[in-house]
Design a binder for this molecule. Structure first.
Ligand SMILES: *Cc1c(COP(=O)(O)O)cnc(C)c1O
Length: 323
């Protein structure tokens, strides 16, 4: 494996716990449900971006960067974890956020301020459209700029989820799991888990619950994850070519679109909280758990099976006042 030549920095605490959700399983009269707690990655309230940033910012340090830029929605968990990591590594951090400055910052946005990041409001541009211009301006000022991709989803970031799959494999008999279910957006988590599955030769079905409407059409969303999976396989020397049949991206639960919270998310958040004492978030994990609960009720995932829900974090968004 070529992993050893990748620069990696330490930001979180691993392995994250793997726990059974016995009460929720009983309540739903469904399969045994397990949860991989990547909400507990340990960096500033945790989440899946911590793993990716260990590789991406490791690369930034290897390139002697002193300033990083990334982008996301106003309540982006990726931006919050990037801002925290930048503080820990003493890098200047610029966040290009969609929307406009609210009167009172809450949730992730409040935390971004505490980490001392510089916030640039970009209106409708929540996916980093304005980064090149900002990078130019900062370079003119003599900064050594490194751009962290949207959602931390390039092959370096996805590598972290190949490693995470190996971590899970060391914690349990993964072949007993019928499905691994999680929220999927920029695709790095899904691409990494797909490559990890091939590298280990294991059987669980890797199912991303799509949480974002794809403005450029669903096909291109699928294609992006496949391209990323193939790039990650190349980087990791995994000799496999991913095609459509390898990709399970469920778009049944998008509802009114990104960050629009409906009954599905509300029920999943309160069921998980009241039965297990575990918090989900309204944008990602609430929607993905809502999807899992629906699949269990429809018996698409049946009693007798074992299913893993990969908690990807996001809980600070609970305090953004929308639930
Ligand atoms: C970013 C994020 C995701 C999606 O992960 P991708 O690798 O971007 O697909 C899921 N859950 C939470 C809480 C996130 O912040």
């Amino acid at each position: 494996m070529s992993q050893t030549k990748l620069a990696k920095t330490t930001l979180g605490f691993f392995p994250t716990p793997l726990v059974p959700l016995k009460n929720l399983s009983r309540l739903l009269r469904g399969p045994e449900i397990f949860m991989k707690r990547d909400d507990l990655t340990g960096l500033a309230l945790g989440g899946n971006k911590t793993r990716k940033l260990e590789y991406i910012l490791g690369d930034a340090l290897a390139h002697n960067a002193d300033t990083i830029i990334t982008a996301g929605a106003a309540q982006s968990n990726h931006c919050r974890q990037t801002a925290a990591a930048a503080a820990a590594l003493q890098l200047e951090c610029h966040l290009v956020l969609g929307g406009k400055a609210p009167e009172i910052p809450t949730g992730n946005l409040l935390l971004n301020q505490l980490f001392g990041s510089h916030i640039h409001w970009a209106g409708k541009h929540r996916k980093g459209e304005d980064i090149p211009q900002l990078a130019k301006e900062l370079q003119k000022k003599g900064k050594k700029v490194y751009v962290v991709p949207y959602g931390g989803s390039n092959s370096l970031g996805a590598t972290a989820y190949v490693e995470a799959m190996i971590e899970l494999h060391n914690q349990t008999v993964v072949d007993e799991l019928s499905h691994i279910i999680f929220a999927s957006s920029s695709g790095g988590t899904q691409a990494g888990l797909m490559v990890g599955k091939k590298q280990l030769g294991i059987t669980p079905k890797i199912v991303g619950i799509n949480i974002d409407k794809d403005e450029s059409g669903e096909i291109s969303f699928h294609d992006r994850i496949l391209v990323l999976a193939n790039e990650t396989a190349t980087l990791m020397n995994v000799n496999y070519h991913f095609s459509q049949q390898d990709l399970h991206l469920n778009s049944d639960y998008i509802g009114e679109g990104y960050g629009v919270i409906g009954e599905l998310e509300k029920e999943a958040i309160s069921l998980t909280a009241s039965s297990e004492g575990i918090l989900l978030d309204p944008v990602y994990t609430g929607r993905a758990m809502g999807g899992l609960i629906d699949m269990i009720r429809k018996q698409e995932i049946a009693p007798g099976e074992k299913v893993l829900f990969w908690h990807t974090g996001g809980t600070p968004a609970l305090f953004a006042g929308e639930t």
